[in-house]
Design a protein around this ligand. Structure first.
Ligand code: PDD
Length: 285
């Protein structure tokens, strides 16, 4: 049984309980982070900690823990649960006042903090990376502050179900004719030596993996264009891929039924995946 962390305590997963009045439960009033683990170490923890602080501050929510202590909790859970490859999930909500109310509770209300691990042996050597993913496009029906990593994940869940019903692996969301991002990842296309991905704004999550991959791409003399692209442009591209903490770099081989190139993962995505895994293992903590 997993050991999880709840409000300062390490507990067996079946003993960790949160109030029915918790704002996360009633209002999706909470933020989260997912940090991957390779070789028993955390990938890009500093990036996730900085984004967490930003998400909290955008929502006027305070953190119940310092970022140094948060690193220690991550490490302790990885150790206690003997995670070699997998993820650590972290969630902070505005806490549990003693009733339901739209207004935020008094500032002294203790936020709720939960962390748990997910064991995923073989995450880095995933066979999916050799096969590639098929995606469909769907309208982006989320709210306007997608730069804040909130736990309001109903529409992304619906998107994954729509993809599944279509025999595909994920959905790319489209707004005003252009792709915003995948349901739980950032989206990219490749044309020749150029990698194209939507520019940062409130329309997408500022992926931690995205930042690292774009840095490595530039270091490897690839060209990076941060701009919006359409599904039609993506279907004409040489390659496509996604990035996230749980998939690293994952090739996309089909969009709305159209195969990209010869329908197999392309060399740029494969190379970036390799570089990303190699470089992030070096700086893991
Ligand atoms: N999802 N865009 C969205 C909408 C996401 O939910 C995520 C991450 C990303 C990629 O961000 P990062 O590279 O920092 O993981 C982009 C996580 C993995 C999840 O919800 O499980």
């Amino acid at each position: 049984m997993r050991t999880v962390y709840l409000n300062g305590d390490y507990l067996p997963e079946t003993e960790a309980k949160v109030s029915i009045f918790d704002r996360g439960f009633l209002m999706a009033d909470g933020v989260y982070e997912v940090t991957s683990v390779l070789d028993g170490k955390l990938i890009d923890f500093a990036g996730h900690a900085v984004r967490l602080e930003r998400s909290l501050s955008e929502l006027d929510m305070r953190s119940p823990i310092s970022m140094d202590d948060l690193l220690e909790v991550h490490r302790e859970l990885v150790r206690l649960n003997e995670i070699e490859e997998g993820m650590v999930y972290l969630q902070i909500t505005r806490g549990a006042p003693n009733d339901r109310d739209f207004a935020y509770p008094p500032a002294e209300t203790e936020p709720t903090i939960v962390l748990f691990t997910q064991n995923k042996p073989g995450l880095a050597n995933s066979p999916a990376a050799l096969k590639g993913m098929k995606v469909i496009s769907i309208p982006d029906a989320r709210w306007g502050r997608r730069d804040i990593k909130t736990v309001q994940l109903l529409y992304p869940s619906m998107g994954k179900m729509m993809a599944k019903a279509a025999g595909c692996d994920d959905a790319w969301m489209v707004e005003d004719g252009a792709v915003t991002e995948g349901t739980s990842n950032n989206a990219y296309i490749v044309k020749g030596n150029t990698i194209i991905t939507r520019q940062l704004s409130n329309d997408i999550l500022h992926g931690i993996t995205r930042a690292a991959v774009l840095r490595f791409a530039k270091e490897a003399q690839m060209k990076v264009e941060e701009r919006a692209f359409t599904i039609a442009e993506a279907q004409e591209a040489d390659e496509a891929f996604i990035t996230s903490a749980s998939t690293f770099v994952m090739p996309v081989v089909e969009i709305d039924g159209t195969a990209l190139g010869d329908g197999t993962p392309g060399p740029v995505a494969a190379r970036l995946r390799e570089i990303y895994l190699e470089e992030s293992r070096k700086t893991a903590v």
